[in-house]
Ligand binder design. Structure first.
Ligand code: MF3
Ligand code: CO
Length: 248
């Protein structure tokens, strides 16, 4: 179901999204080589709960942690573990904070220490994909223009756009309609409406767009070719005359 948020609901979304953003800023200041991904998750849990919010991912469909921490070839949904973060890694951290019944969802990919030029470019282009996607975005724009913008920029740089996972609406539920793919044909899809809140989240692979699920845990999504992937996500409010990025 697609929900259109009232002004009161938007105010609550802003609050949850601000907490999500601040949590990722806090992670960015503290993440470093030598830490395990579980230690990153502890930072997330500590920060979100200190804001009087709840980490929405914890227990979601049985998910065992407060964050997804995805290193290098892990695209998304990396379960925090004893994996040690190494110098030169790229680490995406995806979190959702819930307060007053509303969720705010965001992800960043952090550069750890001395990262290769190749990986730095992947992370930069993935962020650029998000900003290309919100260019000209406002009520009345066809939904798949978002994916088209992401796909065009990523593929122009020789990267693979993950198809198996998409962005999504968000509000009282972490995942609402519509699905927001990172690929698509310009001018198609439903027209966006003011008051929709959606997560735009490019997941971009250095090599093939194909991904595999690790059977061992049922969550971890890795690139099929083992090459690195990056992820960048913000929760965005659609307005009559533009967008408001709620998690920046
Ligand atoms: N934050 C993710 C998203 O963007 C959801 C992660 S799945 C979970 O949709 F199990 F970790 F919650
Ligand atoms: Co999301």
């Amino acid at each position: 179901m697609i929900t259109i948020k009232s002004e009161e609901e938007i105010a609550l979304m802003r609050e949850s999204c601000r907490i999500a953003r601040d949590t990722l800023d806090y992670v960015g200041k503290n993440i470093r080589a030598g830490m395990t991904t579980k230690e990153v998750d502890e930072l997330v849990y500590k920060y979100i709960t200190s804001c009087g919010a709840v980490p929405s991912e914890l227990g979601y469909e049985g998910y065992p942690a407060s964050s997804c921490v995805s290193v290098n070839e892990v695209v998304v949904h990396g379960i925090p573990s004893d994996r040690v973060i190494l110098d030169g890694d790229i680490v995406s951290v995806d979190i959702v904070a819930e307060k007053n019944g509303f969720h705010g969802d965001a992800a960043r990919t952090y550069l750890i220490g001395n990262v290769s030029e190749e990986k730095r470019k992947l992370v930069k282009v993935t962020e650029e994909c998000f900003f290309k996607a919100i260019e000209g975005l406002q009520a009345g724009v066809p939904l798949y223009n978002i994916g088209n913008a992401v796909q065009t920029h990523a593929e122009a740089n020789g990267y693979g756009v993950v198809r198996a996972l998409t962005g999504h609406g968000i509000g009282r539920s972490m995942h609402e309609d519509p699905a927001v793919p990172n690929y698509g044909k310009r001018g198609t899809g439903m027209r966006l409406r003011a008051g929709m809140t959606i997560c735009i989240e490019p997941m971009i692979n250095m090599g093939t767009f194909k991904v595999c699920m690790k059977n061992s845990d049922g969550w971890t999504v890795v690139t099929a070719d083992g090459k690195p992937a990056a992820h960048y996500e913000n929760t965005v409010l659609i307005k009559e005359d533009g967008v408001e990025i709620l998690t920046l």
